[in-house]
Design a binder for this molecule. Structure first.
Ligand SMILES: C[S@@+](CC[C@H](N)C(=O)[O-])C[C@H]1O[C@@H](n2cnc3c(N)ncnc32)[C@H](O)[C@@H]1O
Length: 203
């Protein structure tokens, strides 16, 4: 069984829990997209993927960056559920603790397996490269069927806006670009596709 990491760079996601749960898409900088991506990364029908780690890197106002790490091996049953609202509440809990954090790199556990910090996108990438092969999911990358994956894989994805040019430059020599097709798909759908592809390869 492989270990899978998904790193989502969210350009506009609010970094303070001041948004309206009744209008997540309109008030949170698209935290709704992050909730769906977490479901795609971890949830099976009546099951949970323990071999997954997700890094959500939030860069919207007012106090960016805030980074939330979800660690499949440590998360307790029934913490992450299919409904978007309960996942958004977990993010709110993390952001409330995040407001009080001063250190640049220390992670604070808010629930078993869920950590919040001030880590930057670059910090996450450097940590991930210590023991995983890094891929950047992009429409114009090498077709996923041509890639020979090893057992520790990490994937970078953008949000509805995609990655900024400076992020792409940073990744240039660190991550191979991989595509699941020429169309532009939703972040959460891309994560599902990658999970299913790796399941089929039995890695
Ligand atoms: C909605 S797309 C972003 C679209 C954005 N307009 C752009 O130009 O990047 C969200 C993310 O899903 C991933 N993605 C979307 N379609 C993909 C594809 N066909 N192959 C690989 N990754 C894809 C990329 O990481 C992308 O940043």
């Amino acid at each position: 069984m492989s270990f899978r990491i998904f790193i989502i760079k969210a350009n506009e996601a609010r970094t303070k829990a001041d948004f309206n749960l009744k209008d997540l898409p309109g008030t949170s900088g698209r935290i709704d997209l992050l909730c769906r991506t977490l479901s795609s990364a971890f949830l099976l029908s009546h099951g949970f993927r323990k071999n997954v780690r997700v890094w959500l890197n939030l860069n919207g106002p007012p106090i960016p960056p805030k980074t939330i790490r979800f660690e499949g091996q440590e998360i307790k049953p029934k913490t992450l559920n299919p409904d978007e609202l309960s996942t958004a509440k977990l993010i709110i809990k993390a952001l409330k603790v995040g407001e009080t954090i001063k250190e640049p790199s220390k992670e604070h556990e808010i629930l078993p397996g869920i950590y919040v910090s001030n880590l930057t996108f670059e910090d996450i990438i450097r940590r991930t490269l210590r023991n995983s092969t890094l891929y950047y999911l992009h429409e114009k990358g090498k077709d996923i069927s041509q890639i020979r994956f090893n057992r520790n894989v990490a994937f970078v994805l953008g949000d509805h806006l995609g990655l900024k040019i400076e992020d792409e430059r940073f990744l240039e020599n660190l991550a191979e670009k991989v595509s699941i097709g020429r169309k532009s798909y939703l972040t959460s759908h891309v994560v599902s596709y990658v999970n299913i592809t790796l399941d089929r390869l039995m890695i």
